[in-house]
Design a protein around this ligand. Structure first.
Ligand SMILES: *Cc1c(COP(=O)(O)O)cnc(C)c1O
Length: 418
């Protein structure tokens, strides 16, 4: 069916794979339709950009949608130069390359994160040294960072970069982290894969790093199904990123190469999806914050339940609503709540398992938030007790009440009428 300009196209929110796993009709009331953690939320306008790409035969990687997406995306970041990539992981890999990370180097990296933050460090032949979270934002602890820099420097070691992650829609505390990194003259790679649309001290997430990486994976606040973006204040760095991302091909009529590059550029079709998604970013942030507010209203006074805090300097997107359940106060463990949700076909997830606890990074150094005392390893605690709830911008109030009822039942042991 041809699509007229401006016509809304309803695209299925659920992938065929997911539908195939849940055959209809459902047989009992326990077989309610699944509720997903963070499903893609299409505007309907994506198809117009895709059709235009097909009509003009811009199917190859690169093309007018990529150029426009980079420009429009940069405009949301105080006009930063940008390079669209095939994934967020690719953007991190490229970003670390731009900062000169290579064999024998080490990089200070947030421990409480997804593995995609840390893998590119190893891919470049460098080693990560992990830094704990602080309790106020759940992101990199400035005091642990300072201690790491002091201790390493007294051993004659200087990190090539600090990789700071902004988790669950919330920026790290760059008001503290930036001056520390400037003092030690170490560049920052800002992993903003989860924080597009957030801000710190009134400035957009992604504008605090010497380079910043974003992700448009299917579960992120906006998606191109798969894709990423690298942003940097230096236009020369972005020019070099484009060069490295297209096989590091030298200017010559033939194929001339002096260094090893990557094939990391975004396709023109997917950039079209990104352009339509970007226009909806503001409403997506508002919707996710509303989801968070409803959870916090309904569950925030249950003993032992604590929601991820939002410090005064932060404006979070609440990409995922995250909370901790203190089993001693709640009388129920995080895992029991998780099982209860899973039994009702509600997709929830434990918070990230810190990198310093992963077998992959056994033996890597780790700097806790406080040295000594009972609360030293903050990220380990946040992992032990932490839970992420369904938080999609398309989550309906009815769906959310199902989640709230399921949690209230297991935490309060009785059926609560909402
Ligand atoms: C999603 C994510 C990435 C990786 O992005 P992809 O586009 O999936 O490669 C990196 N870091 C964090 C913190 C993420 O959540």
């Amino acid at each position: 069916m041809p699509i007229e300009p401006g016509q809304r196209v309803l695209l299925s929110m659920q992938s065929p794979v997911v539908l195939a796993m849940h055959p209809t009709p459902f047989h009992s009331s326990n077989d309610a339709p699944p509720i997903f953690l963070s499903p893609p939320h299409m505007t309907g306008d994506e198809q117009l950009f895709i059709d235009e790409a097909f009509r003009t035969n811009w199917i190859a990687p690169l093309g007018p949608n990529v150029d426009a997406f980079e420009r429009e995306f940069g405009e949301t970041l105080h006009a930063l130069p940008c390079c669209a990539t095939s994934s967020g992981t690719a953007a991190i890999h490229l970003g670390l390359s731009l900062l000169g990370v290579g064999a024998g180097d080490f990089v200070l990296c947030s421990s409480f994160t997804f593995v995609a933050s840390a893998n590119p460090i190893r891919l470049l032949g460098a080693e990560p040294v992990f830094v704990d979270s602080e309790p106020d934002s759940w992101n990199m602890s400035p005091s642990a960072l300072r201690r790491a820099l002091e201790i390493l420097s007294s051993a004659g070691k200087k990190p090539k970069a600090v990789l700071v992650v902004n988790l669950y829609g919330q920026s790290a505390d760059y008001g503290s982290i930036r001056p520390i990194c400037d003092e030690w003259n170490v560049p920052i790679l800002e992993d903003a894969a989860e924080s597009l649309g957030a801000s710190c001290l009134g400035n957009p997430s992604g504008t605090f790093g010497d380079v910043a990486a974003f992700s448009f994976n299917g579960n992120k606040i906006i998606t191109t199904s798969g894709g990423g973006m690298l942003a940097a204040p230096s236009a020369a760095q972005i020019t070099r990123a484009r060069f490295l991302a297209t096989q590091a091909r030298e200017v010559a009529p033939h194929y001339e190469h002096r260094e090893a590059g990557f094939n990391y550029r975004m396709s023109n079709i997917l950039a079209g999806v990104g352009r339509a998604q970007l226009r909806a970013l503001g409403s997506r942030v508002a919707a996710r914050r509303e989801v968070f507010a409803r959870y916090a209203d309904a569950l925030g006074s249950i003993p032992g339940v604590r929601f991820m805090p939002e410090p005064s300097w932060s404006h979070s997107t609440r990409w995922l609503t995250a909370l901790t359940i203190d089993a001693r106060l709640a009388g129920t463990t995080r895992d029991a709540v998780l099982s209860a949700l899973t039994a009702q076909r509600i997709e929830a997830r434990p918070t990230w398992k810190p990198m310093h606890l992963q077998p992959l990074f056994a033996g890597c150094d780790f700097f806790p938030h406080e040295s000594g005392g009972a609360t030293r390893d903050i990220s380990a605690r946040l992992f032990a007790d932490g839970l992420c709830l369904p938080s999609g911008s398309s989550l309906t109030v009815t769906q959310q009440h199902r989640v709230i009822t399921a949690i209230t039942e297991v935490l309060c042991g009785n059926r609560v009428q909402l």
